[in-house]
Design a protein around this ligand. Structure first.
Ligand SMILES: [Cu+2]
Length: 171
């Protein structure tokens, strides 16, 4: 600085320019300073990383689905309860879409053996639904593997008022 602005007038101009730059930075929020890719990454990780799985203590396939979710990068909070019916009611899972475990992912409910890729799709696309579900326990869905056989199944979305629609098909 001293070398560049040996003339006092130039120094004053230089300081003014510097404070303008600082004011410019202060006007933007912190996240705007991070590269765009990093911003999106950290926001997404914060949102999708942690999920809460409610399951009954005797559910083996629920544990296998948890392993599937963990392998896909989700951090699982494992909540064991004797009263899954109460959980499903609390989170508004439509009766015709119920399965074994119920998962809470951010503001969404994920019922049953939904593939992790569909949970990620839900979090990326953010549709205006209450959640998604794989009703029953189709053979071949994540956590329900039985050899090479996969029974075709549909992942349904559902709204708070109970409207359902196909979200993804698997076969
Ligand atoms: Cu199950």
């Amino acid at each position: 600085m001293r070398f560049l602005f040996s003339n006092p007038k130039a120094l004053a101009l230089g300081l003014a320019a510097t404070s303008l730059v600082l004011a410019g930075c202060a006007a933007t929020n912190d996240s705007a300073l991070a590269p765009p890719s990093e911003q999106a990454g950290s926001a997404e990780v914060a949102m999708v990383n942690e999920i809460t799985v409610f399951r009954s203590p005797t559910c083996g396939c629920c544990g296998k689905w948890i392993e599937h979710a963990q392998a896909a990068g989700f951090q699982v909070k494992d909540e064991v309860t004797e009263d899954m019916a109460a959980i499903k009611q609390q989170y508004g899972v439509p009766q015709n879409l119920t399965s074994c475990h119920t998962t809470v992912v951010g503001d969404y409910v994920v019922e049953g053996h939904v593939p992790a890729e569909d949970v990620q799709k839900l979090l990326t696309e953010k549709p205006d639904v209450a959640g998604i579900a794989v009703p029953g326990m189709p053979i071949g869905s994540p956590g329900m593997e039985s050899g090479d056989y996969t029974e075709p199944y549909t992942v349904f979305s559902f709204t708070e008022s109970g409207e359902t629609a196909a979200f993804a098909e698997h076969s």
